[in-house]
Design a protein around this ligand. Structure first.
Ligand code: MN
Length: 157
Protein backbone atom coordinates (compact mmCIF):
# COMPACT_ATOMS: atom_id res chain seq x y z
CA UNK A 1 0.00 0.00 0.00
CA UNK A 2 1.20 3.49 -0.89
CA UNK A 3 1.54 5.32 2.41
CA UNK A 4 2.63 8.63 0.85
CA UNK A 5 -0.77 9.53 -0.55
CA UNK A 6 -3.56 9.39 1.98
CA UNK A 7 -7.02 8.47 0.71
CA UNK A 8 -9.48 11.29 0.25
CA UNK A 9 -11.26 10.41 3.47
CA UNK A 10 -8.05 10.84 5.44
CA UNK A 11 -7.42 14.17 3.72
CA UNK A 12 -10.64 15.45 5.22
CA UNK A 13 -9.82 13.97 8.62
CA UNK A 14 -6.37 15.54 8.90
CA UNK A 15 -6.30 19.19 7.89
CA UNK A 16 -2.96 20.87 8.39
CA UNK A 17 -2.62 24.31 9.87
CA UNK A 18 -1.20 27.14 7.79
CA UNK A 19 0.58 30.30 8.93
CA UNK A 20 -1.62 33.08 10.24
CA UNK A 21 -4.28 30.99 11.96
CA UNK A 22 -5.59 29.41 8.78
CA UNK A 23 -6.24 25.75 8.06
CA UNK A 24 -6.30 23.63 4.92
CA UNK A 25 -9.83 22.83 3.84
CA UNK A 26 -11.39 25.51 6.05
CA UNK A 27 -13.18 28.39 4.40
CA UNK A 28 -12.20 31.86 5.61
CA UNK A 29 -15.54 33.66 5.73
CA UNK A 30 -17.05 36.94 6.81
CA UNK A 31 -18.37 36.84 10.37
CA UNK A 32 -22.08 36.79 9.52
CA UNK A 33 -23.78 36.31 6.20
CA UNK A 34 -26.83 38.49 6.69
CA UNK A 35 -24.98 41.69 7.57
CA UNK A 36 -27.86 42.71 9.85
CA UNK A 37 -25.88 42.72 13.10
CA UNK A 38 -23.28 45.35 13.99
CA UNK A 39 -19.72 44.05 14.05
CA UNK A 40 -16.34 45.17 12.77
CA UNK A 41 -13.31 43.60 11.14
CA UNK A 42 -13.94 40.01 12.21
CA UNK A 43 -13.75 36.75 10.29
CA UNK A 44 -15.08 33.25 10.93
CA UNK A 45 -13.58 29.85 10.19
CA UNK A 46 -15.68 26.79 11.04
CA UNK A 47 -13.13 24.17 12.10
CA UNK A 48 -15.52 21.36 13.06
CA UNK A 49 -19.19 21.05 12.15
CA UNK A 50 -20.39 17.52 12.78
CA UNK A 51 -24.01 16.70 13.56
CA UNK A 52 -22.88 13.52 15.31
CA UNK A 53 -20.79 15.57 17.74
CA UNK A 54 -23.72 17.82 18.57
CA UNK A 55 -21.44 20.85 18.50
CA UNK A 56 -19.33 23.06 16.29
CA UNK A 57 -15.92 24.59 16.89
CA UNK A 58 -15.28 27.90 15.20
CA UNK A 59 -12.31 30.27 15.11
CA UNK A 60 -13.10 33.97 15.07
CA UNK A 61 -10.49 36.61 14.53
CA UNK A 62 -10.75 40.38 14.85
CA UNK A 63 -8.33 42.87 13.36
CA UNK A 64 -6.98 45.47 15.79
CA UNK A 65 -9.94 47.57 16.84
CA UNK A 66 -12.45 44.99 15.65
CA UNK A 67 -15.33 43.57 17.65
CA UNK A 68 -17.95 40.86 17.61
CA UNK A 69 -21.69 41.49 17.76
CA UNK A 70 -23.16 42.44 21.12
CA UNK A 71 -25.77 39.69 21.51
CA UNK A 72 -27.39 37.07 23.71
CA UNK A 73 -29.14 33.76 23.08
CA UNK A 74 -30.36 30.60 24.77
CA UNK A 75 -27.38 28.47 23.69
CA UNK A 76 -24.07 28.67 25.55
CA UNK A 77 -20.58 29.38 24.28
CA UNK A 78 -17.32 27.83 25.46
CA UNK A 79 -14.49 30.15 24.40
CA UNK A 80 -10.70 29.95 24.49
CA UNK A 81 -8.64 32.97 23.49
CA UNK A 82 -6.07 31.73 20.99
CA UNK A 83 -4.15 34.86 19.96
CA UNK A 84 -3.84 38.46 21.02
CA UNK A 85 -5.20 40.53 23.85
CA UNK A 86 -8.42 42.45 24.28
CA UNK A 87 -11.54 42.72 26.36
CA UNK A 88 -14.62 40.60 26.94
CA UNK A 89 -18.05 41.73 28.10
CA UNK A 90 -19.97 39.07 30.01
CA UNK A 91 -23.25 40.35 31.42
CA UNK A 92 -22.22 43.38 33.46
CA UNK A 93 -18.60 42.23 33.79
CA UNK A 94 -15.71 43.50 31.64
CA UNK A 95 -12.43 41.61 31.74
CA UNK A 96 -9.09 41.82 29.99
CA UNK A 97 -8.41 38.56 28.17
CA UNK A 98 -5.21 36.99 26.89
CA UNK A 99 -4.16 33.81 25.09
CA UNK A 100 -5.50 30.56 26.54
CA UNK A 101 -8.01 32.22 28.85
CA UNK A 102 -11.26 30.23 29.04
CA UNK A 103 -14.63 32.00 29.01
CA UNK A 104 -17.99 30.31 29.62
CA UNK A 105 -20.88 32.38 28.27
CA UNK A 106 -24.11 31.21 29.94
CA UNK A 107 -27.55 31.28 28.36
CA UNK A 108 -29.13 34.71 27.85
CA UNK A 109 -25.98 36.60 28.86
CA UNK A 110 -25.02 39.68 26.85
CA UNK A 111 -21.52 39.20 25.43
CA UNK A 112 -19.05 40.86 23.13
CA UNK A 113 -15.33 40.62 22.35
CA UNK A 114 -13.17 43.60 21.42
CA UNK A 115 -9.58 43.65 20.13
CA UNK A 116 -8.58 46.72 22.12
CA UNK A 117 -4.82 46.14 22.42
CA UNK A 118 -3.72 47.34 18.98
CA UNK A 119 -3.32 43.80 17.68
CA UNK A 120 -5.52 41.08 16.18
CA UNK A 121 -7.37 38.90 18.66
CA UNK A 122 -8.63 35.42 17.87
CA UNK A 123 -10.64 32.90 19.85
CA UNK A 124 -12.04 29.40 19.57
CA UNK A 125 -15.77 29.14 20.23
CA UNK A 126 -17.61 25.87 20.82
CA UNK A 127 -21.35 25.99 20.27
CA UNK A 128 -24.31 23.63 19.92
CA UNK A 129 -24.87 22.31 16.41
CA UNK A 130 -28.60 23.06 16.76
CA UNK A 131 -29.12 26.44 18.39
CA UNK A 132 -31.33 29.49 18.56
CA UNK A 133 -30.60 32.71 16.72
CA UNK A 134 -28.84 35.51 18.62
CA UNK A 135 -30.84 38.48 19.90
CA UNK A 136 -29.51 42.02 19.57
CA UNK A 137 -30.14 44.59 22.31
CA UNK A 138 -32.93 47.09 21.81
CA UNK A 139 -32.01 50.74 22.21
CA UNK A 140 -33.58 50.58 25.68
CA UNK A 141 -31.58 47.49 26.68
CA UNK A 142 -28.38 49.07 25.39
CA UNK A 143 -29.08 52.22 27.38
CA UNK A 144 -29.70 50.12 30.50
CA UNK A 145 -26.37 48.35 30.01
CA UNK A 146 -24.63 51.70 29.59
CA UNK A 147 -25.86 52.83 33.03
CA UNK A 148 -22.92 50.80 34.30
CA UNK A 149 -19.90 53.06 33.61
CA UNK A 150 -17.57 50.09 33.15
CA UNK A 151 -19.88 48.61 30.52
CA UNK A 152 -20.40 52.03 28.92
CA UNK A 153 -16.63 52.45 28.56
CA UNK A 154 -16.38 49.01 26.98
CA UNK A 155 -19.20 49.62 24.51
CA UNK A 156 -17.64 52.85 23.26
CA UNK A 157 -14.03 51.59 23.22
MN1 MN B 1 -22.88 34.59 20.78
Amino acid sequence: MDTDTPPASLTSLLRESQPGFRWNGVEHAPYKEDGAAPFKAISRQTLFKEAALGCELRYFEMDAGGYSTLERHEHMHAVMILRGHGKCLLGDIVRDVRPHDLITIPAWTWHQFRATAGEPMGFLCMVNHDRDRPQLPTDHERAEMACNPVVAAFLTA
